[in-house]
Design a protein around this ligand. Structure first.
Ligand code: CTP
Ligand code: MG
Length: 431
């Protein structure tokens, strides 16, 4: 689960604020997470840009993470150098570049000291179709900040620790506010995936579930159908992140209220009430994204339709189908010790490798938190009798071996997998 962003007094004491410009707010950041980014690779990269007098700054998400006291998972860099200038610079320094498809959008990936660095030229999106952008390069940092989605994602961080903040991203981060840069509607129309990014970051930043700016929600609602043209893969990546974050049930309910569901593969008549209950019951158990979505589904067809739109993985699909089919009939046992038994029997009878992990998700779905802990500790016992043992006792036909093994398995399961080989075999001689 995403950690909540929290600016501790200790972190705050390491940030020094100055107003240096009418729009631009700068401050100094000096944290151990920031210092830890300075590998040999980054130092060499910085030297090259400095030598050629181009600016190089950390951009976007990584700045947000660092200002929240977190070490970013990936760090994107922005620069005033054009891709051509970067290529010349890197070639002259004998640095290998990784051929990726980013160059058209200004991104060059350099490999320095066994580390990859993605550096993107500052740009303005001149034309967008809601999915892709045609870009023009610039040396104006503010212009590049203007084309970004959210204020908290629009900051830059110089390698000397200076934070450049044009749109009060830092203030929003402190106040746990998720705002689009400028007005929401045009930002969304540039890339409709931003609707889901808004939800994902809301879950990450906001402390309360219902503190949305009404104008933002209105813009999302009005632009909902734009999501229809976004690829399933991109949607699935964002949706999954939202589902494992904070306020997931609230955000998913909002997805329905704002009319987004039909455009992202979710059932038009999703069972929102069940989903809210499941989220509540499963709180703290880290259910998988599909487990949360399964609560919305009314039939296996809903899983098929989700797969058709989002191209989920095979594992995700089988989990979804399993939950929808078994959530009401594979339930805990009634006798006092046997709560877990139907579930362990199911795992033992299943031929599938991931049966146990599917059942763990089912227990989360049902809110059986105690049984969940028990099943996590349980390891599959081995059935102690083989066909070979039966042949030694004179049972020879394949058919008879098959039925006897099945009978012995049932006896073994009834004994809660306690009976050993000899005890089981002795039950045959008596019968
Ligand atoms: N639809 C998008 C996607 C990205 N961005 C900008 O590009 C940056 C990097 O994008 P990405 O790596 O996809 O997201 P992050 O914000 O870095 O989040 P994460 O931590 O998940 O990588 C974002 O911070 C944001 O400034 C944007 O404006 N609009
Ligand atoms: Mg990122």
């Amino acid at each position: 689960m995403w950690g909540r962003i929290f600016l501790s007094p200790k972190l705050l004491s390491r940030i020094h604020l100055t107003w240096s410009h009418r729009h631009l707010f700068t401050m100094q950041l000096k944290t151990k997470e920031f210092e830890s980014l300075f590998t040999d690779g980054l130092k060499s990269l910085a030297d090259i840009f400095e030598k050629h007098r181009f600016e190089l700054r950390i951009a976007g998400g990584a700045v947000r993470d660092l200002l929240s006291g977190q070490r970013p998972e990936d760090v994107d860099f922005a620069t005033t150098a054009t891709p051509e200038e970067m290529k010349r610079m890197f070639q002259a320094a004998g640095i290998r570049m990784i051929n990726n498809k980013g160059e058209k959008h200004g991104t060059i990936t350099a490999r320095v000291h066994n580390e990859n660095f993605e550096v993107t030229t500052l740009r303005v999106d001149v034309q967008t179709d809601g999915r892709h952008a045609e870009v023009e390069f610039t040396t104006d940092w503010q212009k590049d900040a203007e084309r970004r989605d959210l204020t908290i994602n629009s900051m830059f961080l110089g390698l000397d620790g200076t934070v450049y903040d044009y749109f009060q991203g830092y203030e929003d981060l402190q106040n746990r506010k998720v705002r689009f840069v400028g007005s929401a509607a045009p930002r969304i129309q540039e890339d409709y995936l931003r609707i889901l990014r808004y939800f994902r970051f809301y879950g990450r930043v906001a402390s309360e579930p219902d503190q949305h700016d009404p104008d933002t929600l209105e813009a999302i609602q009005e632009n909902a159908s734009g999501l229809a043209a976004i690829s399933g893969e991109r949607i699935w990546v964002e949706l999954k992140k939202m589902l494992v974050g904070n306020h997931a049930a609230h955000l998913l309910e909002l997805v329905y209220e704002l009319g987004l569901a039909q455009y992202i593969g979710l059932p038009a008549e999703g069972n929102v009430e069940e989903m809210k209950q499941v989220c509540q019951k499963a709180y703290g158990t880290s259910p998988k994204p599909v487990t949360v979505l399964a609560a919305l589904f009314r039939s296996p067809d809903d899983v098929e339709r989700l797969d058709l739109r989002l191209k989920i993985s095979r594992e995700e699909k089988t989990l979804g189908l399993f939950l929808v089919r078994r959530r009401r009939d594979l339930v805990k046992g009634q006798d006092e010790h046997g709560g877990l038994k139907p579930f362990t029997d199911f795992v033992i009878d299943s031929r599938e490798l991931d049966a146990q992990s599917k059942v763990l998700e089912l227990l989360k779905y049902q809110g059986e938190v105690k049984l969940l802990a028990e099943l996590k500790r349980w390891s599959i016992p081995r059935f102690p009798v083989s066909g070979h043992d039966l042949r030694r006792l004179g049972i020879t036909t394949g058919k008879e071996i098959g039925t006897t093994l099945q009978e012995l398995r049932d006896i073994w399961k009834k004994s809660r997998y306690q009976l050993g080989k000899e005890e089981l075999l002795s039950t045959i001689s008596r019968s």
